[in-house]
Design a protein around this ligand. Structure first.
Ligand code: FDA
Length: 388
C-alpha cells in the first residue's frame, strides 16, 4: 500500500490534519473510534478553544516555539470552522468556548471533513517496524484482519501523550522520536489533582471555594476543590503543571473584604463565637477544618486587630506540601515530549528527517486548562497540513 502521508493517531491533532490534507492519506489509530478524548473533554461539551489564546498560556522549553503555529492558525480560524458547520457554542468563563450541545459535534465535523478527502481510516490498528527509505518511510500496519506493508512519503506522529492510559494513551511518539534521534524532554502528568498521604482534606471533601493558587509559576485565580485524596479544581490543576515533588503550594482562600467585615461584626456582636461568624464568609465545614490548622478559639471580642490580620495572612498564604499527584490515571495532559529544538516551528517537521512530523500533545508543548490544549492540537496539525 502506498500513501502520500500516513498519520498515526486519530485524536484531535491527527483528525484535524487528515481533514486538511491533499493526496492519499492513511489515518491509523489503535482505538475502536477516532477522537475519544474530544468526546469526553469539557465534561462532554469539549472546551475546544480559548478566546484569549496567547503563547504565554503554553509551557514549553522554548517559549517562542508555539508562536508561529498559533499565529498561522488561530482560535478565530477554528471558531470560523465550527460556525461554518453550524455548531452552536458559548463562552463559559475566562474565554473558554464550549459546544452548546455535545463534544460529538466536533468529532462529527472532523469526520465530515475527512470524508471529503482521500483518507483511508484504519481503526483498531497499530504500526511497527518503521524504516526510513530513500524517499519517505515504510512500516508494518497491523489491522484486525491482516499485516500489511505500507510505504509513505510523509509520516505524521499524532499519538498524543501518556495521560489516561485506560483510553489508549501510549508513549509511542517518544519511541518514534528516539528511534530517529530526536530528543524527548522529561515527561510528567499535568493538569492533575494533588494528593496528600494522610487523608488530610477527606473531612471537607466536596467543599469548593474561590481561590488564588500559586506553585512555581503564575498565580491562578479559579475554584479550589477539596477531595478525599487531596486538592483539585481548576486552580489546582493549573498550578500542578508548574509543581515539582517536594515543593509547597500556596493557597489563598481569603474572601475579599473579610477583614473589614469581621471587624464590623466584632463591633456589633462581640459576644458571638468567632467560628460561627467566620462561617458567614467561608463554608462551615471548611471553618471546622481550619480550626485544626489555625487557632480560631474565642468570641469575636477576643480577636484583636493584630490577631485578625494574622489569621487573614494565614488564609492568604496557606502553605501545603502535596505528597504527589494522581498521575497519568487522571491527568488531562502530559507535560514535556518531543523536544521542540528538533522540530521546525513553522511545519512541525523534524529538522533531521524532513518527512517526519510530530503534532499535538506528543510535542513538548502544554497549554493551560481552558481550551488551550485543543487549540495547540488544531494549530500544530494545520502547520503540518499546510506544509504538505
Ligand atoms: P489525543 O490523545 O487526542 O489523540 C491521540 C490518539 O493516538 C488517540 O486516539 C490514541 O488512541 C492514539 N494512539 C496512541 N498511541 C497509539 C499507538 N501506539 N498506535 C495507534 N494509535 C495510538 N483540552 C482542551 O483544550 N479542552 C478540554 O476541554 C479538554 N478536556 C480534557 C478532558 C480530559 C478528561 C482529558 C484527558 C483531556 C482533556 N483535554 C482538553 C486535553 C486534550 O484532550 C488533549 O490535549 C488533546 O486531545 C491532544 O490531542 P492529540 O491529538 O495530540 O492527542
Amino acid at each position: 500500500m502506498e500513501f502520500d502521508t500516513a498519520i498515526i493517531g486519530a485524536g484531535a491533532a491527527g483528525m484535524m490534519c487528515a481533514a486538511h490534507l491533499e493526496g492519499r492519506t492513511l489515518l491509523v489509530d489503535h482505538a475502536k473510534v477516532a477522537g475519544e478524548k474530544i468526546r469526553i473533554s469539557g465534561g462532554g461539551r469539549c472546551n475546544f478553544t480559548n478566546l484569549y489564546t496567547d503563547p504565554n498560556a503554553f509551557i514549553c522549553a522554548n517559549p517562542h516555539f508555539v508562536k508561529s503555529a498559533l499565529a498561522r492558525y488561530t482560535q478565530w480560524d477554528f471558531i470560523d470552522l465550527v460556525q461554518q458547520h453550524g455548531i452552536a457554542w458559548h463562552e463559559k468563563t475566562l474565554g473558554q468556548l464550549f459546544c452548546d450541545n455535545s463534544a460529538k459535534d466536533i468529532i462529527a465535523m472532523l469526520n465530515q471533513l475527512i470524508d471529503a478527502r482521500t483518507v483511508e481510516r484504519r481503526l483498531k490498528s497499530s504500526i511497527s517496524d518503521i524504516r526510513k527509505r530513500e524517499e519517505g518511510f515504510s512500516f508494518t500496519l497491523h489491522t484486525p484482519e491482516a499485516k500489511l506493508q505500507v510505504s509513505t512519503r510523509n509520516l505524521i506522529i499524532a499519538t498524543g501523550g501518556k495521560s489516561i492510559p485506560k483510553m489508549g494513551a501510549t508513549g509511542f511518539a517518544y519511541e518514534v522520536a528516539e528511534q530517529f534521534g530526536l530528543p524527548v524532554t522529561q515527561t510528567r502528568p499535568a493538569l492533575v489533582p494533588f494528593t496528600f498521604p494522610d487523608g488530610r482534606f477527606a473531612e471537607i471533601s466536596g467543599v469548593a471555594v474561590p481561590s488564588r493558587i500559586h506553585a512555581d509559576g503564575p498565580t491562578f485565580e479559579e475554584a479550589l476543590l477539596f477531595t478525599h485524596r487531596g486538592l483539585s479544581g481548576p486552580a489546582i490543576l493549573q498550578a500542578s503543571s508548574y509543581w515539582r515533588e517536594g515543593e509547597t503550594v500556596t493557597l489563598d482562600i481569603l474572601p475579599a473584604d473579610m477583614y473589614e467585615a469581621l471587624r464590623n461584626q466584632r463591633q456589633q456582636a462581640g459576644r458571638k463565637n468567632f467560628t460561627t461568624e467566620l462561617a458567614r464568609h467561608l463554608p462551615s465545614r471548611l471553618v471546622d477544618h481550619l480550626s485544626g490548622v489555625f487557632d480560631l478559639s474565642g468570641n469575636l471580642a477576643d480577636w484583636s486587630d493584630k490577631r485578625l490580620s494574622e489569621l487573614m495572612n494565614g488564609l492568604k498564604h496557606w502553605q501545603v506540601t502535596p505528597s504527589g499527584t494522581e498521575g497519568y490515571r487522571t491527568a488531562e495532559v502530559t507535560l514535556g515530549g518531543v523536544d521542540t529544538d528538533a522540530l521546525d516551528s513553522k511545519t512541525m517537521a523534524s529538522k533531521n528527517h524532513p518527512n517526519l512530523y510530530f503534532i499535538g500533545e506528543a510535542v513538548d508543548v502544554t497549554g493551560w486548562l481552558g481550551g488551550y490544549n485543543f487549540q495547540w492540537a488544531w494549530s500544530s496539525a494545520m502547520a503540518a497540513a499546510k506544509a504538505l
